[in-house]
Design a protein around this ligand. Structure first.
Ligand code: ASP
Length: 477
């Protein structure tokens, strides 16, 4: 499948993630300054540092008239920052439906070749489904248990909800929660009556049925249908590849805007919420890292012990090189060659198993990403102060599992899909700005989980298959 254009340090000039980081730092700093100026009491003669002494510092560098001027200037900045952030988001929204449809259908077509590989393909699919579900359940369970999004004060949450864009989304979400459907109906609605109608309302959550989830199921059905008529559908598959390439190109335009767009989004948020948002983010990062750690060290250890009959310690030692490359590149696809080398040289897996499992896994098996998507959506729902019902949480789990299959193995590949899952349960897309600042580091960590998961599955599948025939040793002349 077509990948996002270069986003790596080898790209000319400063790497994109460094630019995003700089944009975010500027955005947060200006936002906090703005928040401080907006909330600092007029009476400067108070103990701002909490050190028991009257604090004259603020008074020294900012007179009343300066402060008013600065506030006026910052008001203008807020006024313009928000639409710039929205342009960045809309570039992603506009291609989300075609991207999901093309990516998932093509993923099934690729996996359709699984039949040719018989048992290897089936075992890979089985492990992928089990691991992705376990990952999302861990993530969702942790967010429900630890409630990282609840650390905002009621006033801060009220400020967020007072924001026009956010309040529209949150109100819609509360309505949705009130008329939430029972799980039985959610299951029936998985199959769309009219896929086009579901697509039209998928992004703003106004569809009649299950919206984006129904679109995802429709894509899976199309993919399965294509694999049953491979010859007659060749042209359509080529068309889908073109559509996917277009979506990726538009997302790469959005990523070029990311340093400014993401900076503007966090600026607006930190101006509204001040330091409270940083504390909330800290708990979000801790929850996501705990979930990824559990999946990596507990779930994978059990898996390799039970199915690959290997000691987890030696497994992790053998795959450490691929883990490090995944961490450094934030891309499962870029790590594929190293993962293959590790599978052959360190894990000593037969090539036909390793090549198949790792290639399909680089886009199709992204447990870390699935876990993260579940954590982000539930966290942002908590930040917005909305309790998702059981059936909405079920929708999030299903969508996160499927989104893990449709995510491109590139840095930030999951961001558009996270927006999709958020929108489908009524959380405003702009809320993604809250986590963008910490996304890169978490991307590095979830990519490690994604790549290690592929290697763990390869080791498990290989242990149940006969070994490759011994290579012919040619005698040097
Ligand atoms: N960077 C991840 C990967 O390549 C995808 C994502 O979660 O954004 O595996």
């Amino acid at each position: 499948m077509t990948e996002l254009p270069a986003n790596s340090p080898t790209h000319r000039g400063m790497p994109l993630h460094t630019k995003i980081l700089i944009g975010l730092l500027i955005g947060v700093s200006l936002g906090l300054l703005c928040n401080y100026l907006g909330t600092v009491p007029k009476d400067y003669s108070q103990d701002l540092n909490g050190n028991g002494q009257i604090d004259g510092y603020y008074e020294h560098w900012l007179s009343d008239s300066d402060s008013n001027e600065l506030r006026g200037w910052l008001d203008d900045v807020i006024y313009w920052a928000k639409p710039v952030g929205s342009v960045f988001l809309r570039l992603m929204f506009m291609v989300v439906v075609p991207m999901v449809f093309a990516a998932l259908t093509l993923a099934v077509v690729e996996i359709g070749d699984v039949r040719k590989l018989g048992m290897i393909g089936l075992k890979t699919l089985g492990f992928t489904a089990i691991l992705s579900t376990a990952a999302v359940l861990i993530g969702v369970g942790l967010v429900n248990g630890l409630q990282p999004g609840r650390s905002l004060t009621p006033e801060q949450r009220a400020k967020l909800l007072n924001d026009e864009d956010n309040s529209k989304g949150a109100a819609k979400n509360m309505d949705k929660a009130k008329q939430a459907k029972p799980v039985r109906d959610v299951l029936v609605d998985l199959l769309p009556e009219n896929p086009l109608q579901e697509m039209v309302g998928a992004v703003d959550g106004s569809s009649k049925g299950n919206g984006m989830l129904a679109v995802m199921v429709f894509s899976l059905v199309c993919g399965i249908a294509i694999t049953s008529r491979p010859e007659e559908t060749k042209t359509f598959v080529a068309w889908l590849e073109g559509l996917y390439a277009i979506a990726m190109a538009v997302i790469s335009f959005a990523m070029k805007l990311a340093p400014v767009g993401a900076g503007c989004l966090v600026f607006a948020l930190s101006a509204q919420l001040g330091f409270g948002i940083l504390k909330t983010l800290f708990w979000f990062v801790m929850t996501a890292l705990l979930g990824l750690g559990l999946q990596l060290f507990v779930v994978y250890s059990i898996l390799v012990m039970v199915f690959a009959r290997r000691s987890p310690w030696s497994f992790f030692r053998d795959v450490s090189e691929a883990m490090l490359v995944a961490f450094g590149t934030s891309s499962s696809s870029a790590t594929l060659p190293t993962a293959m080398e590790v599978a052959h040289d360190q894990l000593k897996l037969p090539s036909r198993v390793a090549n198949f499992v790792l290639t399909v896994g680089a886009t199709g098996n992204q447990n870390g990403t699935a876990l993260y998507e579940g954590v982000v959506v539930l966290f942002l729902a908590q930040v917005m102060g909305v309790d998702l019902t059981a059936s909405q949480q079920f929708t999030v789990v299903l969508m996160a599992v499927l989104a893990g299959v449709g995510t491109a193995g590139v840095p930030g590949g999951s961001l558009p899909l996270i927006v999709v899952v958020m929108q489908s349960v009524g959380i405003p897309g702009a809320a993604i700005g809250i986590i963008l600042g910490v996304d890169r580091i978490l991307d590095m960590c979830r990519t490690v989980v994604n790549v290690t998961g592929d290697l763990a599955i390869a080791a498990c599948v290989a242990s149940s298959e006969p070994a490759d025939p011994a290579p012919q040793i040619s005698t040097p002349i």
